[in-house]
Design a protein around this ligand. Structure first.
Ligand code: FMN
Length: 242
């Protein structure tokens, strides 16, 4: 069954959008979308776009409300975020957080909130949201180390962002040990589960805990991962020596 709602995805690995399978983040995003089969979906690759850093000038709040000082490719992303009902943030774990490309997009989203402070149901300060309500956000992320707990800060950050933008969390697809994703067949079960997650989300509006478990499970102990990955890295390093 096709997902009838509008989807926008920010695919923020700088190795994505080039064709081929270089980026695991992109591979997972595409598998999820295959399962979801949305009627309308736009994928943005911010590293391939002209997107400046936020200057912190707050012109978007006080001088030209809702409009950023920069007139660049973010205008395309603003438009699609405004229309979308599901926003997918896809990122590799970089230095324990989002990629700089995704963070830059999120910083620039400050132009979509109102400076006036409101108090939410938890008694917490928030900015007033100017976007239509009812948006959901999903996180798709990969990391190089083998333990799932490497995503701890990113999970917390994602939850905080969802609260601040009044997006409802739709799920977190987190895959550790990314080097194994490039060994043929080893991650085929995980890849099938990511596609299944898309199918489940399209039909039920949520992803079952069993599927999330298959996606995120640590399939190797850290020491075993080291034994598998280090020879591969050493080979790559030797190749670079020539
Ligand atoms: C700049 C940089 C920082 C990274 N930081 C971390 C990290 O903090 N923890 C981790 O587990 N992996 C880290 N990694 C590994 C990436 O998350 C991993 O290689 C991932 O597969 C990259 O995603 P991609 O295949 O979509 O490009 C880092 C990689 C780079 C290039």
């Amino acid at each position: 069954m096709a997902f009838s709602k509008k989807v926008v995805a920010i695919c923020s690995s700088p190795r994505s959008g080039m064709g081929g399978d270089k980026s695991l983040t992109e591979r997972l995003l595409k598998l999820f979308l295959q399962g979801l089969s949305p009627k309308e979906c736009r994928i943005f690759y911010p590293h391939k776009m002209d997107i400046a850093y936020c200057r912190g000038c707050l012109a978007c709040w006080f001088e030209t409300p809702g409009e950023c000082y920069h007139r660049d490719d973010m205008t395309k992303i603003y438009k699609k975020i405004k229309e979308a009902e599901l926003i997918i943030l896809a990122s590799p774990l970089y230095v324990d957080g989002f990629s700089a490309q995704l963070k830059t997009v999120l910083d620039r989203c400050i132009a979509m909130v109102d400076p006036l402070i409101v108090i939410d149901e938890q008694g917490h300060c928030r900015h007033k949201i100017m976007l239509p309500p009812g948006k959901k956000a999903m996180l798709i992320a990969v990391c190089g180390f083998s333990e799932l707990d490497n995503f701890t800060q990113m999970r917390g950050h994602f939850t905080a962002i969802c609260r601040n933008f009044s997006w409802q969390e739709a799920g977190k697809i987190l895959v550790p040990a990314s080097a194994l994703g490039f060994i043929p067949d080893l991650y085929s079960r995980k890849f099938a589960a990511v596609k299944k997650a898309g199918e489940e989300y399209a039909t039920k509006g949520s992803i079952s805990s069993g599927v999330l478990q298959q996606i995120s499970e640590e399939i190797m102990e850290p020491s075993e991962y080291r034994e598998v990955v280090n020879p591969f890295f050493e080979k790559l390093r030797r190749r670079a020596d020539y």
